[in-house]
Design a protein around this ligand. Structure first.
Ligand SMILES: Cc1ncc(COP(=O)(O)O)c(C=O)c1O
Length: 421
């Protein structure tokens, strides 16, 4: 009995196996689920810091990776494992490897999106190596590459990923660039990067190509289609979907590397997740596909509404034909997603007034929760940033960011309308 428990095996058929060839919604619900010895319907919250061995010999074998099993909470546990396998299956959904076999990916859950990015970079790079990336990365990641990684000898070159000639020239001139990082769509204008074109260029120069898929999620776009090596997410957002836990995930296609160098970096850097937050994530993922469908349908309607308002000068949503990256979005995303931003003609005062008049939509940072979240970067997240610097990144005084929720869309629009009035 002990052995069965330790190996994470089940007397139920593994749904990880069964879910091959099943639908996306089914994968959201059953993917990665293994059952457990007491026949609990849902994988319980394994609130234990350590795991037992039948014998010293067996302990050695688990430590060496010769037999599967759990060892210590920082390394993982069955609750965490279910979330990891489910997300790996979603990112690989319907994709094939170079032999035409279903693509296999390995995911490692982290305490936050920031921790996942840290493991990704420190697990792959050393002092002297460089990163190439683009403008408008998530602020936390931008600060990490600006303020922390340079102290370790890892510098980042930022270029416009829409300008492929400049990207190519930068790669040619800088042989120490080892990793290319893409975030698409990205704040605040929902700029999209053409993953097929940019990743192909990165591969031409032998780079490790990575993508932050937080805004789009695997429901809308699968970076592994474009030869990307690693995908990261802040699972805090649409994957969890309910705003109940902070988390991050790192998913890789090189299974051996994931099991060795990346696992080592994850364990030693200590950015592990925990059973409770993994449980909340898995539970949120069960309705992920349904939620995304509604999030996107609502967002398109909200964007169309905002686009017609006299008090709004611009709506940044890649599902509108007016968005500069409309064609890129159409090419690589199933739908334009559920995050948008818009600019009020009245500037700072109009934006503050708008925020304060909202009754249904929630004034909060973050995104991807069931309810509509609205934020005014100039008075909150970017209040300490000099106006000239803010504006350079298009975070203007009148800019409002909105993560459109799954409420009845007429209610969201009515609330926006009364706040604009
Ligand atoms: C695109 C993106 N990547 C990464 C992160 C960091 O994730 P976390 O806050 O879960 O650490 C965020 C957070 O907002 C994000 O929006």
């Amino acid at each position: 009995m002990g052995k069965m428990y330790l190996c994470g095996e089940s007397f139920h058929t593994s749904m990880a196996e069964k879910s091959k060839g099943l639908g996306l919604e089914t994968t959201c619900i059953h993917g990665g689920h293994k059952g457990e010895q007491h026949r609990a319907h849902l994988t319980p919250i394994y609130a234990t810091s350590t795991y037992t061995f039948d014998s010293t010999e067996q302990g050695v074998s688990v430590f060496k990776g010769e037999e599967p099993g759990y060892i210590y909470g920082r390394f993982g546990n069955p609750t965490i494992n279910e979330a990891e396998e489910k997300i790996a299956q979603l990112e690989a959904y319907g994709l094939a490897d170079t032999n035409g076999e279903p693509l296999q990916l390995k995911a490692i859950l982290h305490a936050s999106g920031m921790a996942a990015f840290t493991t990704l970079v420190l697990g792959n790079m050393k002092a002297g190596d460089k990163i190439i990336s683009h403008h408008s990365l998530y602020g936390g990641n931008q600060e990490l590459i600006d303020k922390i990684f340079p102290n370790l000898g890892i510098e980042t070159i930022i270029v416009d990923f829409h300008d492929l000639d400049t990207v190519a020239k930068t790669l040619k001139d800088n042989p120490s660039i080892k990793l290319m990082h893409i975030e698409t769509p990205a704040n605040p204008t929902l700029q999209c990067v053409d993953m097929a074109a940019v990743s192909a260029l990165g591969k031409q120069y032998g780079l490790i190509v990575t993508a932050d898929n937080t805004f789009a999620t695997p429901y809308l776009q699968q970076p592994f289609k474009y030869d990307v090596d690693y995908v990261i997410h802040s699972t805090t957002k649409f994957l969890n979907g309910h705003g109940t836990a902070v988390g991050g995930i790192l998913i890789g296609r090189d299974i051996d590397k994931m099991k060795t160098g990346i696992t080592k970096a994850h364990r030693l850097l200590g950015g592990n997740s925990n059973a409770f937050e993994a449980f909340l994530l898995t539970n949120g993922l069960r309705t992920f596909a349904l939620r995304m469908e509604r999030h996107c349908a609502n967002a398109q309607k909200v964007a169309d509404f905002l686009d017609k308002q006299d008090s709004v000068s611009v709506v940044n949503y890649p599902g509108l034909t007016s968005h500069p990256d409309y064609e890129i979005c159409k090419k690589q995303m199933k739908h334009a997603g559920a995050v948008l931003s818009f600019e009020l003609k009245g500037g700072f005062d109009a934006a503050v007034k708008f925020m304060d008049k909202l009754q249904l939509c929630t004034n909060a940072v973050s995104l991807g929760t069931c309810d509509t979240l609205v934020s005014h970067p100039a008075s909150t997240t970017h209040v300490g940033v000099a106006k000239e610097d803010r504006v350079k990144f298009k975070i203007t005084d009148g800019l409002i960011r909105m993560s459109v929720g799954i409420e009845t869309v007429e209610d969201i629009i009515d609330d926006i309308a009364q706040a604009l009035a």
